[in-house]
Design a protein around this ligand. Sequence first.
Ligand code: AKG
Ligand code: FE2
Length: 357
Amino acid sequence: MPGLTAFPAFPKDVPTHPLLVVDYQLLLQGDQNEIETLWKAATELGFWYLKNHGADEDVSGMFEMGAETMALPLDEKMRFEQGDDGMSHGYKAAGANATDASGNLDTVEFINIAKDDVLAWPGHVHRTYPPTVNARMPNTIIPFVKKSLAINETILNIFNAKLGLPQGMLANLHNVKEPSASEARCIKNPPKPEISPSDIKVAIGAHTDFGSLSFLHNRLGGLQVLPPGIEDWQYVKPIPGHAICNIGDALSIFSGGILRSNLHRVVPPPRDQSKYERWSLVFFTRPGNSVVLHALTEESSIVADAVAKAPNAEALNPGVTSKEWFIRRIKNQRIKNRKGPETWQASRGTEHTPLRA
Ligand SMILES: O=C(O)CCC(=O)C(=O)O
Ligand SMILES: [Fe+2]
């Protein structure tokens, strides 16, 4: 599979932003040092590497599923398109989303597979999928989704304790039994065309993730973060066997801004890596559809104190359900729905609202 197995290493002389490394097995054992490392990463940058997560084989299978799916003819893939009404699940063609307020187009295609459809298989909750997805459901997708859900729930439980919330509260807001926008996504970005650097397009525009926790797998570079207080975008270097985890808007809001939902984007991989297809895989844990997004001030004095000090406390109470939040964000980044720069503004989450003092 081109781009998946053989490609040049991430160049040594391209600057990267270091992430803290968290060992999942130590988290499972309740290791206090490891929990402190996770907490530091989650509250300062909102991104960290996760090693020893045990999902590597499932990840490889998911990349194969993605390659089989993207190899289908475009008209076949378009039968499973997301549509323009704000549903995330399904196929998204390259150029279907804006990457900025001017309406520049994204370059990635992806397939999003809903957690609810995976757990209901062979039934459906939200929609149907291409035959390449169905064929991989029992042996690849179901195990990957179950493992990802378990890993993210372990992390949510650790944050729950650190935030002083009643036991099981965050897990309950992300109860797998409630329909949600949680999903697995496999992304393909084509090799960079031979054009002048000024014409190079951003693959996925600057954004914060919409939900609570993202469990991401990268082979080639291309992911960049804008760390707080730093002016320039910086690459996150992929490390074999290390997932990249990050916090999204919903968890940042629940925590009163204590947990950071950081800006990131995807650009073509650096140097020689840009001649290869770039594949990435994410599992997004998102709150149940009926959960109202707000800071959990009544359940935690730690959260209440953070909100009292927050520069932008109204951003911590969007007063909408998780379902409404997702529909608004997804719908307004679709280029077909674009009326002008205001449509991009309407797609934004916490990107431009500092939540922390
Ligand atoms: O492809 C990547 O490395 C990141 C993708 C991403 O940020 C997203 O899909 O939200
Ligand atoms: Fe993202």
